[in-house]
Each structure stands twice: as C-alpha cells, then as structure tokens.
Ligand binder design. Structure first.
Ligand SMILES: Cc1cc2nc3c(=O)[nH]c(=O)nc-3n(C[C@H](O)[C@H](O)[C@H](O)COP(=O)(O)OP(=O)(O)OC[C@H]3O[C@@H](n4cnc5c(N)ncnc54)[C@H](O)[C@@H]3O)c2cc1C
Length: 379
C-alpha cells in the first residue's frame, strides 16, 4: 500500500508551513489582543481585522479554499484548490496548530461542510447566492441541527418540522449550539428538520437553506403590521401561531390563515357559540380558552406568546391540554424570557410580558400600539 503524500500535497505542505512561519505564528499576539478588544466592546463574535488582512495575503499565495474536494468542485462549477480529501488532510493538520488559522485560508468550520453541501446539492440559484460569497470569504454560514429537547447526536431524534406550504416552507423548531450564528457576517443557516415524519426512520430528515437576515424583531414588527391592518378593517385573527406566520423567500413574514377570523365588533352572536373554544390552546389568551367573548387584545396576547417562543424558544405557559394551560395562565406568572435568553433586551422582554397580561385591559390596547412599542426598539 502506498502511504507517501502526493507531489501536490508536498508542495502545498511546504508553502503552508512557510506561511504559518511568516504570517500566522507572528500574529498570534495581535489576534489575541483584537479578540479581547472585541470581547470588551461586547462584540465577541465580530470579525478580527488581522484575520481579514491575512485572508487577502493567503489568497495571493494561492492558499485558499484548500478544503473543497476536487469531485465536489467539479459538481458545483466552482473551484477549490484541486485536492482530494486525502491530499487535504495533512494540510488541515498544519492549519489546526493555531485555532484561528483555518479561517485565514477560508477552510474553517462550519463553512467548509456547508459549502461542500451546497456545492453538491444546491440549485444554481442557491449556489450563486450563497456558495459564491462563501468561497470568496465574504460571508459566513452556520449549521443548525442540535436541539435542546432531544438527544441530538442521533439525527433521527431531530424534532424540527419543515413543511411545504405552496411556495413556502414552514419551519417550526428550536435550535441551539449553532456555531457561528452570532457572527454578524453569518448570512445563511443550513437547518436540519423532518420533512416526512411518516417515512422510514432514516428517510424522514432533510435540510433547508434559511437566510439569516430574518431577525426576530423584524418578524415581530411585520406580524404587528399585518395584525394592525387586519384590526383596522375590523377583523380579529384568533389563531396567531408559528404555523400561520409564513416566511417568504425574501425573508419577509406574512400573517396567513384567517380561517377562524371574525369581525371585532359583532352585531349578533355570530357562528361561534358563547362558551365554546376556537383557536390553538397554547397561543390563546385565558378569555378565549374560557369561551368568553374576545376582542383585538386576544390577538395581542397570542402575539406575545409567539414572540416569547421566537425570542427564548419556550412557551410562556405549558400544559398537556386546554384545561391545564388555562389553569397555568390564571394561576401562574408567565416564564421570564430572560431566564432562557439572558441577552434579550429588557424593553423587548417588557413588551412580551405586557402582551401576556392575564387581563385584556393590562395589555397593549391595539396592534398599532404594540407596533409603536416595537418600533422604538433598536435593531
Ligand atoms: C464547540 C461546539 C460547537 C458546536 N457546534 C454546533 C453547530 O454548529 N451546530 C449544531 O447543530 N450543533 C453544534 N454543537 C452541538 C453538538 O454537535 C451536540 O452537542 C452533539 O451533537 C451532541 O448532541 P447532544 O448535546 O444532544 O447530546 P446527546 O445526543 O444527548 O448525547 C449525550 C451523550 O449520550 C450519548 N448518547 C446519545 N444517545 C445515545 C443512545 N441512544 N445510546 C447510547 N448513548 C447515547 C452520546 O454519545 C453522548 O455521549 C456544538 C457543540 C460544541 C461543544
């Protein structure tokens, strides 16, 4: 069996070792100092200027995208350094001697795996939008698989659902440990979920590309704008929940499914009997669960539940049936979002908790008022 490195690998090894000596090791103190400065300024995950500078130099030296295997590159129409995985492995070992060095050569995780996935399986449109800037080192990416509720080392446990709905996909789940998600350059998430829960155990999962520029605050504002428009024409939604908030391809959120909507002001008793419940228990306010008459402040409450889930990954009240949820709502305080996401801005938390007030008169009076409160937040 032949164990010798190829001539190509030996050439890259020599050039890489020289680059490490000339540019990487001498800059370890500078990078450490810039990382500390970022951390002190509260932007721990922001780009480090020295690394950005060295990326240009590495590229000039032809030490760029070494990771992209020659067969994946051929698939994609985009170029790497023309190495096989076997030829790349000893180069990865050299870069690994300094924790941040691989980024200088555009060879760092999780981008490498994500780029290869897109190169092999992405459409031309997805490759042009995400692979090209990733290979140029202009943006970064993240891989969202691990979930708090399940043992995530086994992908068959993953519980995030990905459901096609016309031209859109509705993704419902909670991810954590997503490396690189806090980097301001992170532009795209490859997200794993179940697209076909009825398929054989190992064929239920798939992955979807999710643009990162759909932050919660913007979605919350768009939800409010949609709700305010509905309320303005006298329509109550009554079923605000993640499934009814559709993310369009451009990242804009749209409130959908007015299936059980009804006029805010009714002249008669309407189709829904007093004392009967319509809606989705986890997202409905206590007065709706009790089958009492509701007004626009019921939608405000449901928006609060949705925002709570969006910002901290938890429902404010839990229960396995409508009665348990009602009892929790009327006898307990909602969870504090900051207990699950300590970085949540305090004014955002205050808005959520005001939406979740037990009595309608203690909530925001209208979607317009809620929208105004959200508009005053930065971001
Ligand atoms: C630095 C770092 C970066 C990370 N980056 C990412 C990222 O970018 N994206 C992402 O999605 N995740 C990321 N993760 C998360 C990481 O990949 C997960 O923590 C890992 O997959 C394990 O999943 P888990 O935490 O649910 O542990 P579990 O799956 O609960 O496993 C815990 C232990 O139990 C064992 N175990 C689990 N199930 C069984 C079983 N059925 N039988 C026997 N033993 C079992 C496992 O082997 C392990 O030893 C990162 C983690 C770290 C530490």
């Amino acid at each position: 069996m032949e164990f010798e490195f190829s001539a190509k690998t030996r050439d890259f090894q020599a050039r890489l070792l020289k680059f490490m000596d000339d540019y990487i090791y001498p800059n370890e103190p500078a990078v450490a100092q810039q990382l500390q400065a970022n951390t002190d300024a509260g932007k721990r995950w922001s780009p480090i200027p020295k690394i950005e500078e060295l990326k240009k130099v590495a590229r000039q030296h032809g030490l760029w995208n070494l990771f992209l295997p020659v067969d994946s590159a051929k698939h994609s129409g985009y170029e790497g350094a023309g190495l096989t995985n076997l030829e790349y492995a000893p180069l990865a070992e050299i870069m690994g001697r300094v924790p941040w060095a691989s980024e200088v050569f555009n060879c760092s995780a999780p981008d490498t795996g994500n780029m290869e996935t897109i190169a092999r399986y992405g459409s031309e449109e997805i490759k042009a939008r995400w692979l090209k800037p990733l290979l140029e080192g202009e943006i970064r990416s993240a891989f969202a698989m691990t979930e708090p509720e399940v043992a995530s080392s086994d992908a068959t446990n993953i519980s995030t659902s990905i459901r096609r709905d016309g031209d859109h996909y509705v993704i419902n789940g909670h991810k954590w440990w997503t490396s690189g998600a806090a980097d301001p350059r992170c532009a795209v998430f490859i997200t794993m979920g179940k697209t076909d829960p009825d398929a054989p155990r190992h064929q239920q999962q798939s992955m979807i590309v999710v643009p990162a520029d759909t932050p919660g605050l913007r979605i919350a504002r768009q939800l409010c704008a949609g709700l305010a428009a509905a309320h303005e024409v006298g329509v109550l939604h009554r079923d605000i929940k993640p499934e009814n908030l559709i993310l369009e391809q451009n990242g804009n959120a749209k409130l959908m499914d007015f299936g059980i909507a009804r006029p805010i002001r009714r002249s008669g008793p309407g189709h829904t009997e007093q004392g009967s419940f319509v809606g989705t228990p986890n997202y409905s306010p206590p007065e709706q669960l009790a089958g009492e008459d509701v007004d626009q402040r019921a939608d405000i409450y449901s928006s609060g539940v949705l925002m709570c889930e969006m910002f901290c990954g938890k429902l404010p009240f839990s229960g396995s049936n409508t009665m348990e949820i009602y009892i929790a709502q009327t006898q307990q305080e909602p969870i504090k979002p900051s207990a699950y996401w300590p970085e949540i801005p305090p004014p955002m938390e205050a808005i959520i908790l005001r939406c979740l007030k037990r009595l309608p008169q203690d909530r925001f009076a209208s979607a317009a008022e809620l929208a105004q409160a959200l508009a005053q937040l930065r971001g």
